[in-house]
Design a protein around this ligand. Structure first.
Ligand code: HH2
Length: 290
């Protein structure tokens, strides 16, 4: 297996910097939606969402990713007002109770702006700043890091006929263009994400993970999100709520091949898996009394 050289990156966040210093970071997923593919409806109530977010922070998340709109295949876009109404009370309350860095998972500048005003630190845009022309100027003006995720098509149609000549070469070309766009727009910190499951068939997802180390040539922090996704179901036959083992295996594989951040639902288990691999790699690991 090729092991990517780990470049060192720092992401500015409201309370300092989040250092991507070679130890992988965990982004815990907080979906405030009725229809997310694996946890839809579980945290639509804002106090349940806040409790869950605080729990993820306690379990070892380094970032919380709050989303108010599902981007599962076939999902319909919701209005700005609806999206803000879902995420804002959760974000405001979380900000009162915790200083964990928060990313806002949205494609819409008005939603991102409301979230940044309420204390979010990072914009996570699954359209890589292509959905809303006001997103890039907003990120530049606020000086916040942006996650640029690759997606072929949009959530409505992305799984119809995904096609690539060479998926890794296509991703490299896509990110070169998007990183150049960020630089031209005055965005100082961009994180790249291959967008597992977004306009990709099983073979594309596997090829991306197998060749993930190639993305390190872009010299950008790398985020990967495999948690509970359908390619794991295709490989194991397990439904979304039973994909923990496949999620851990694919995320550990991603970290060993250069991922700086993994986006996961099951933070406690991911933390334990990373503690073990970081200790093997000689990084300072948390020691627990047993
Ligand atoms: N995956 C999902 C949503 N947002 N953002 C990034 N950067 N990378 C990802 O892989 C990614 C993402 C889909 O997962 P989930 O949030 O669990 O589901 P849903 O979109 O149905 O809410």
């Amino acid at each position: 297996m090729t092991r990517a050289a780990h470049h060192v990156f720092d992401l500015p966040v409201a309370r300092g910097v989040l250092s991507l210093d070679g130890r992988a970071r965990i982004m815990g997923i907080l979906n405030v939606t009725p229809d997310s593919f694996s946890d839809g409806g579980e945290f639509l109530d804002s106090s349940a969402a806040v409790t869950h977010g605080l729990r993820l922070a306690k379990e070892g998340a380094d970032i919380l990713d709050i989303g108010g709109e599902s981007t599962r295949p076939g999902a319909r876009e919701i209005s700005v007002d609806e999206e803000i109404k879902r995420i804002l009370p959760v974000l405001t309350e979380l900000r009162r109770k915790s200083d964990i860095p928060v990313s806002i998972d949205t494609r819409k500048a008005a939603v991102a702006e409301a979230a940044l005003d309420a204390g979010a630190d990072i914009i996570n845009d699954v359209s890589a700043l292509r959905h809303d022309a006001r997103m890039a100027p907003l990120a530049a003006e606020r000086g916040v890091p942006v996650v640029l995720m690759h997606m072929q098509g949009n959530p409505m149609d992305m799984q119809r006929h995904p096609h690539y000549d060479d998926v890794i070469e296509d991703l490299l070309a896509f990110f070169r263009r998007r990183l150049e766009f960020c630089e031209d727009s005055g965005i100082t910190h961009a994180v790249i994400d291959p967008g597992i499951g977004f306009g990709k068939k099983l073979e594309h997802n596997l090829s991306i993970l197998n060749h993930l180390a190639r993305l390190s040539e872009l010299q950008a922090p790398l985020l990967v999100g495999t948690s509970r996704k359908s390619f794991i179901g295709q490989l194991t036959g397990h439904p979304a709520d039973q994909r923990l083992a496949g999620s851990l295996a694919s995320n550990v594989f991603a970290v060993l091949n250069g991922a700086h951040i993994v986006r996961v639902h099951d933070v406690r288990e991911m933390r334990a898996a990373l503690d073990v691999i970081e200790a093997i790699r000689g990084k300072e690991a948390t020691r627990h009394a047993v």
